[in-house]
Design a protein around this ligand. Sequence first.
Ligand SMILES: Nc1ncnc2c1ncn2[C@@H]1O[C@H](COP(=O)(O)OP(=O)(O)OP(=O)(O)O)[C@@H](O)[C@H]1O
Length: 568
Amino acid sequence: MIILETLLFFGSIYALKMLIDAVSITISKEQTEVEEIMYTLVWAALLTICYHVIKAFSVYATEIQSAKVSEHLYAKIHEKAAALDYSFYESPEYFDVLQRAKESGYDRPHAVVVTLFDTLKQVLGLFAIASVIFSIDALLLPLLVACMLPTLFIRIYYSDKLNLLRLRHTALERQSGYFGSLLTSENSAKEVRLFGLGDHFMSRLVDIRKAIVGERLAISYRRTIKEVMATVLATFGFFACIAYVVWGSIKGLVTIGDIAVFLVIFPQVFNMMQGVTNGITVVYHNNIFVKSIFDLFDVKGTEKRTVETEVTIESEAPISLELDNVSFIYPHAAKPTLSGINLSFPEGKVVAIVGLNGAGKSTLIKLICKLYEPTQGNISLGNVSINSFPDRQYRRYISAVFQDFCRYNVSVLENISLGDISKPTHELNKVKSAAQRAGAHEFIESLSDGYDTIMGRIFENGNEVSIGQWQKIAIARALYSSSKFLVLDEATSALDAKSEQKFFQELKENLNGRGALVISHRHSTVRHADYIYVLSNGKIIESGTYEQLQYAGGEFASLFKKEFVQEF
Ligand SMILES: Nc1ncnc2c1ncn2[C@@H]1O[C@H](COP(=O)(O)OP(=O)(O)OP(=O)(O)O)[C@@H](O)[C@H]1O
């Protein structure tokens, strides 16, 4: 379409020149050649109409193309971010790459496509015009090109400078985004008001923004000065070309049609050359941003073996998840968080892990959920190393309620059924049963639309519920899955005492033969466990049944004695 559009443009210009020449011949011969004039006039009109029709459709085609490219890349960015290992969320460098890709995600590819087509059109148009100009005088063309080159070089030079600045500023941009979100998000709204932190965070935000914008504007200022100089130079050059052609017409070297056409197309050449220079600069500039997207696509997963073939666990008896001498050190951390952990987590049993803050309990859960690999030792499921399982298959065996569980702003039904998206969607009976076991059914029924109620306040008609009620939904989500093991990391911390007691009293029955790994600081929770491990500074220091540990009078007994007294 662009080629057709250019040919039509060139054709209409040429028909115009023929028309002027026909008119000037008529005047010089002092005889009227109406037929010839009408003929070229009709041609010029037809070509101009076709040119405008094709041009309109060409704009539409570009819109389709750019929308498709943008949507595709936008989807790919999110797909890539979701597919990367959890460990990437430990790395500030990854967040920088992700931030740059997200920044460039939607607008930049669109801008590249639109500008690319636009510039291509301008270049083809220039070729068409160049041939006309060439036919007037061969010297004009190189002169015109030379006029525009300094502007092009200056813009490319400063695009590079701005990009280097952008790379240097990514971390600052993230910081400013962070302080911005503290000022605007619901999560921080209460504390910001209560502690009067608004002005404090605002001044941090303003300082960062000043540093970012100040440097950027300083570069833009230097670029503007140089551009003005180059444009003045180019304009002198263009007017020198006009003088040259006018002089040629006085000498009788060019026809009236030629000079008329030159004067008609001259402003267009000027604009087109400006357009091409702008286009090349914009494509170059935006391409730097688009490169950020490909930098994200190039991020490789960790060195983990990727297993494709599913494993069959050959055991009729209940299986067990075993940790054998497992140690773990976080990337960039100085010392291990877990050392020499031996632990058994059998199907059908409730196992508890207790320990002080920072003992390594949540880290242990991350290893069990295969979000990290142990630095040493082995984790096996049904006597098969978990490294032999494809991630997807392994995670079908485990469901979890994390301390920082997700609050999905979708319907209650969807919220719970997200626990197992492989099940036929929205099996209301199974969802209800999970909600009943989590103690959530009653409050769900009291919501305006029951299980169809949209949760959270982000979307229209959303219903906010209490944190404890959100936690019950998260528990229902985990119970809805058909996994063989359930991990509960402080999963009942927001439940009222009555609900928590009921939940743990009925846990065994509600587990339907699954295993449950419970992390809790509460005595009332731990005492329901079949077996307890005590973790301290990343090591298991005691293990046994509740009675054995109380009797032993060690760390566990001293940890829970006080609370025991308080509770009763
Ligand atoms: N992402 C991380 N990178 C580096 N070190 C970490 C990371 N997360 C936790 N740690 C370190 O590991 C230690 C154990 O943390 P973990 O969250 O496993 O403790 P926990 O026993 O679950 O504590 P709590 O009872 O407070 O939830 C912490 O002291 C912390 O220093």
